[in-house]
Design a protein around this ligand. Structure first.
Ligand SMILES: Nc1nc2c(c(=O)[nH]1)N[C@H]1C(S)=C(S)[C@@H](COP(=O)(O)O)O[C@H]1N2
Ligand SMILES: [Mo]
Length: 252
């Protein structure tokens, strides 16, 4: 494939998946994280900046496979029990109307989002595979807001390098680098197979990151922190998982 047609394919493919508003956001983020060619604003302009930024993201970390609807698993397997405490049950009884996703750290405008607010953002649905490190997996349709939209809403500062995410289950927290955080398939997910995300699968919201193993897909997320260093979190290994012997980076 010639460079030109490859570029066209990537740009149109992303336009189709991310949508026009997604591309505008991506252009801003590409600029912010240095994903811009040295000649930007020259003869190439904004379109070239976007292509370069996305090519860097894509070559570092390409798109996870998406499946046709016919491949959706009949019996998805929830791993682990949902939170059993009273606080969670009260939130659940009110349809998670009081659930908040707080976003703080290296951001211009720390904020906290309700489920309804996140649902009002542009959404993306994708049929992808969730693979547990223990050897089982399933395919489901996941719906949510791309994490890059949430990050754009709070204004990530230029020195940011990671996004740390925390669950209401205190043992579960993890982090990704900015390339994964801005990846178009990384979703704050609130829907599954056309319904609300079931509590067994992390409802009301979980991170879906289909290019990494199941355990990076933390359920019941309540807080995101943007940071330039992972040293101050837990044992400084970037996640609870390496503390138990699992890799921080679980790319597939
Ligand atoms: N909060 C929380 N997140 C979690 C887990 C968990 O027990 N609690 N299990 C992880 C593991 S090991 C896997 S494989 C996937 C399983 O996702 P599922 O329950 O939707 O099948 O969720 C991950 N995220
Ligand atoms: Mo897992």
């Amino acid at each position: 494939m010639s460079n030109l047609s490859r570029r066209k394919l990537i740009t149109t493919g992303l336009a189709a998946t991310a949508g026009a508003s997604g591309l505008a956001v991506a252009a801003r983020l590409a600029h912010r994280y240095g994903l811009i060619p040295p000649d930007h604003g020259g003869i190439y302009g904004a379109g070239e900046t976007l292509t370069y930024g996305f090519q860097r993201l894509l070559t570092r970390h390409s798109m996870a496979r998406e499946f046709p609807r016919s491949q959706i698993s009949k019996t998805p397997f929830p791993n682990g029990d949902p939170p059993q405490d009273e606080a969670f049950k009260r939130l659940q009884a009110r349809g998670f109307a009081d659930w908040r996703l707080a976003v703080d750290g290296m951001v211009a405008r720390p904020a906290s989002f309700s489920l309804a607010e996140l649902k009002s953002y542009p959404s993306r649905s994708q049929i992808t595979h969730l693979a547990c490190e223990e050897g089982w997996s399933f395919i489901a349709e996941w719906t949510g807001v791309p994490l890059f939209h949430v990050l754009d809403a709070v204004g990530v500062l230029p020195q940011a390098r990671y996004v740390v995410y925390f669950s209401i289950q205190r043992d579960w927290w993890d982090s990704v680098d900015m390339a994964d955080a801005l990846h178009p398939q990384t979703l704050v997910t609130y829907g599954m197979n056309g319904n609300e995300l079931p509590v067994g699968h992390g409802g009301p919201m979980r991170l879906r990151i289909p290019r990494q193993l199941g355990y990076k897909n933390v359920k019941y997320i309540t807080r995101l922190t943007v940071t330039d260093s992972l040293k101050g979190f837990g044992k400084g290994l970037g996640s609870a998982s390496p503390e138990g012997g699992y890799a921080w980076y679980a790319g597939i």
